[in-house]
Design a protein around this ligand. Sequence first.
Ligand code: 5AD
Ligand code: SF4
Length: 469
Amino acid sequence: MSERKVVTVTTAEAKRQNDIMLELAQHLQDKELKYWLQTFGCQMNAHDSEKIEGMLKKMGYVKANSENEADFILYNTCCVRENAELKIFGKLGHLKSRKRKNPNLMIALCGCMMQQDIVLDTLKKKYNFVDMIFGTYNIYKLPELLQTRFETQENVIDIWEKHEHIVEDLPSIRKHNFKSCVNIMYGCNNFCTYCIVPYVRGRERSRELNDILDDIKKLVNDGVVEIMLLGQNVNSYGKTLTPPLNFANLLEHVAQIEGLKRVRFMTSHPKDLSDELIEVMAKYPTICDNLHLPFQSGSSKVLKTMNRGYTKEDYLELVSKIKLAIPHITLTSDIIVGFPDETEEDFEHTLDVVKEVEFISAFTFIYSKRTGTPAATMNGQVDETVVKDRFNRLIATLDPISARIMNSQIGKTETILVEEISKNGNNIYSGRTDAGILVHVELPENKIGQFVDVKITSAKTHYLNGELI
Ligand code: 5AD
Ligand code: SF4
């Protein structure tokens, strides 16, 4: 795949797709078609799915109550780990017989998994009942692909090897009306040796500052109070822009948008996190006191073969600097166990980092071999039972630390943004503190989307209970 430095933002293309949406909406208006969209993987995919839903709605589709009653089933796929892929193939197995019984059922697959030749070949050979396949770069073309499918009555496969432009101004359905994600960049240039993302999401390209700020201002006018800035590596934001800009500059602009109460961002790569960013985070109260800072492994040897660009000591030093500047910060992380050639000693370095940093929580992963990545052909793949044992020991180290931090919150007063009705019972709502901690609280009325003050009364490993004050 070749590198592209210049990004064309095309509103002309958005207009073309919008016109097709209106045409299709007219064509489909009496049919009352229902869609079912299932999203796998990360927040980036979830955000792409909001755009897909926005387009489907504009074309006249309404959301089905279940997959069984849908006329159009879409899976937005993930390929970061093998499990995610196996789930999709499992689901396709079920859909095959449904499609046989109802040939009018439309099935579409999109997202990261589709960007791999090996997957595409399997789909063509074994799953040729899938009506539409598209990738990560051309989601905005859904209306046109659907139109082609209707007109030709043939399966449509459209996978691009690289992205051509960032298309702005497409409709989108937001899951929440009080908080929203905003993409600031796409792709990744880091090529961590275990990771498939750079191959399926392409090279890094940043959105223009003003496009991002305009988006956020519109959202705030619409009632949004919390924004999550999204990128595979937000710390390298702006490098592809002319003149270049950095993430600290962008964040400072966002933090000052009137009416916006909270800004979060993910994901930060430790090697690119600047002192300037730490200063900006410490300066603006709108920037939440939480940082997701994946370290992946605590062993400098493993980090080197992972191509992460920092050592254990670099990471710990960075964390000390952050904690000094922002004392109330909570840290979260991604950790991989069982990377090729990981020894017991390497793994103990990972446990060291966990103990020293005291993460409030972490996403823990068993290394999964991804065809096409350098790690897939590395020697020293670790025995499954050894990996499982390490994984369990990792959780057993993380959990008591989480519990201890959670317990230390008891008695404090916290402002939470109420997000949803909790599964824990009647009138119990859940929300998050500035530091991102989940809190359950009983409320006399629905306050979703509002800030309330609560006193923390008890703690579990991964959430707190509070009382309204
Ligand atoms: N195996 C296991 N975990 C992986 N991740 C990415 N690729 C792999 C892989 N091949 C994890 C990393 C990353 C997170 C999004 O997924 O920890 O930070
Ligand atoms: Fe994957 Fe590394 Fe890029 Fe994250 S920074 S998306 S782990 S290659």
